[in-house]
Design a protein around this ligand. Structure first.
Ligand code: TNX
Length: 540
């Protein structure tokens, strides 16, 4: 008994002594963005070349394999061939045992082989994304770069902190080509962002083809001289008044973009903004959406006049129902964003149709009219088997909207807290951390909006999301009033989106600005550079 005790003590002392040594030898690999939850380096490298074969035991790995092969094809000039498990060095393995969380993966790289384990398609995809990040950054380029790739040995166990890791692009204020939208999506995927919120309609342009209402795009997607949409803000703030800002996505374009995103583990949330921010729709179909007797005159915060759909007329709801029917068929994801932000104060005040509905339904003020409007919109979405995402303005203390809906808290964290208190779900998108349309720092030379505080990369990185089951995730917004070209769009997005990705993916305890900053300058920016992204060079 006594000797056993002594033996035990010796083992304990040895363990205590060896443990720190083990930690020292197991050096971390600080390359990947967003930082994995657990990543331990081991000795040596795996050498990937033309002869390397792969094996897979799951259909769920298909997107991941295609993505890897596309990058190899471009940068190495070959694809890996499929082999039996015993003859392959790169294995894709489905497991519920060692990977416990949705979208999680294990990536084990040794001198002899590489194993990527996951339980779903996103997990396999993220395993490949991490693998690619561990390779020479030229793997992200489009040019043939090298034949042999040396990948450091390591053991990674990873999963996302939030289920919703979003980035919004406003295609209305300034239009972005299909090819830019795809690039935008691909860059999101490279950093494990998984919700592309696509702001498709606003005062300045309707950008999605709706077969039932062709004027939405033949009229509502054209802005500038010679068109019906000459706004105070056209073609966009600070832009030339001579430029015509036109463009929309055909349904074919959209189907292709949805497929493109799906292959990269990204869901798209289309936004049809209503009842305000709807000037383009109103100009295209005034008879359906405007009360002809309405004498109200008002301007939005962005100074656009009379931009709100009339909530007192049945034709408004028929229109929305038909639009949502087409939108629902195009976008398979379970949520549609229906806006709800910034209804101007004076809207509908003098509309007889609204007065009538107020009397009929016992609605006391504009607020209650808005509530009535969204109750009907919620029913329309339910009919089309979709849940609703809206801006925070739609939330009310007591409302009859479905519990599964999600509110985007953009004004402040306090707003999010209030919403959560009533048992409702939120996405955190606070302007002072996550509005990528704001300047990085206050300066005349910096592009971007100035109406809020500047949002430096460091500020975005410092965002500490609330911890609650009602917080479904976080999202950054790239509004496009000042985005006159794609260089500005790139600049305002990167490197802030790197900080976003880590705030959304990595557990708080693993995050540290200094470490992030080092990773960004050593690896993050070179990866953006090789892709020709016009990022902001200073990481501050
Ligand atoms: C507010 S945030 C808006 C947008 C503008 C943005 C400019 C929100 C829900 N609405 O319409 O583009 O500010 O920063």
């Amino acid at each position: 008994m006594k000797s056993c005790n002594t033996f035990g003590r010796i083992v304990l002392v040895l363990l205590l002594y060896l443990f720190p040594l083990y930690l020292l030898s197991a050096e971390r690999i600080d390359i990947i963005i967003p930082k994995p939850q657990k990543c331990v380096a081991s000795k040596g490298h795996f050498v990937l070349n033309k002869q390397t074969g792969y094996s897979s035991d799951s259909r769920l790995a298909v997107n991941a394999i295609v993505y890897l092969q596309e990058h190899l094809k471009q940068s190495a000039g070959y694809r890996l061939s499929k082999r039996s498990r015993s003859k392959a060095a790169l294995h894709f393995h489905y497991t519920l045992k060692s990977v416990k969380k949705a979208e999680g993966y294990r990536l084990i790289i040794s001198k002899e082989n590489i194993q990527i384990e996951a339980r779903d398609s996103a997990g396999f995809f993220y395993g490949v994304v991490s693998l690619l990040q561990l390779m020479d950054p030229v793997i992200w380029g489009t040019k043939r770069a090298k034949n042999i790739w040396s990948i450091p040995s390591c053991n990674i166990e990873d999963y996302p902190r939030f289920k919703w890791r979003g980035l919004m692009l406003d295609s209305s204020r300034n239009f972005f080509s299909k090819s830019y939208v795809e690039k935008f999506i691909d860059r999101m995927a490279q950093h494990k962002l998984n919700r592309f919120h696509w702001h498709l309609t606003d005062d300045e342009g309707w950008r999605i083809e709706i077969k039932k209402y062709p004027l939405l795009t033949s009229v509502g997607a054209k802005r500038g001289p010679g068109t019906k949409l000459p706004f105070s803000t056209y073609p966009a703030m600070r832009g030339s008044k001579k430029r015509v800002q036109s463009g929309y996505y055909s349904q074919k374009d959209i189907r292709e973009i949805v497929t493109y995103a799906k292959a990269r583990a990204i869901e798209i949330i289309p936004e049809i903004d209503m009842p305000a921010h709807a000037k383009a729709a109103l100009i295209s179909y005034p008879k359906l959406l405007k009360d002809p007797q309405d004498k109200s005159r008002y301007r939005s915060v962005q100074m656009v006049s009379n931009n709100t759909l009339n909530p007192g007329m049945d034709s408004t709801y028929v229109f929305i129902d038909n639009v949502i029917a087409e939108v629902s068929r195009l976008f398979p994801f379970g949520y549609i964003h229906v806006g709800g932000d910034e209804v101007p104060k004076g809207a509908w005040k003098k509309s007889p149709a609204v007065v009538q509905i107020m009397q009929k339904k016992g609605l006391k003020n504009n607020q209650e009219v808005e509530e009535y409007f969204f109750t009907r919109i919620d029913k329309i979405l339910e009919k089309h088997h979709k849940k609703m995402v809206t801006w925070q303005e739609v939330w009310k203390d007591k409302n009859s909207l479905r519990d599964k809906n999600i509110y985007m808290a953009w004004k402040s964290t306090n707003a999010a807290k209030k919403i959560m208190k009533t048992g409702n779900n939120v996405i955190l998108a606070p302007v002072e951390y996550l509005y990528f349309d704001q300047q990085y720092r206050k300066s005349k030379g910096e592009p971007g909006h100035t109406w809020s505080t500047p949002v430096s990369t460091k500020k975005t990185y410092s965002f500490t999301p609330l911890h609650s089951s009602y917080v479904k995730g976080i999202e950054a917004c790239l509004w496009s009033e000042t985005l006159l070209n794609i260089k500005i769009a790139d600049y305002l997005t990167w490197p802030r989106a790197l900080a976003l990705s880590e705030a959304a993916w990595t557990e708080q305890s693993q995050r540290q600005w200094k470490n992030f900053k080092k990773r960004v300058s050593e690896y993050g920016l070179p990866r953006l550079k090789i892709q020709g992204i016009h990022y902001r060079p200073m990481v501050r």
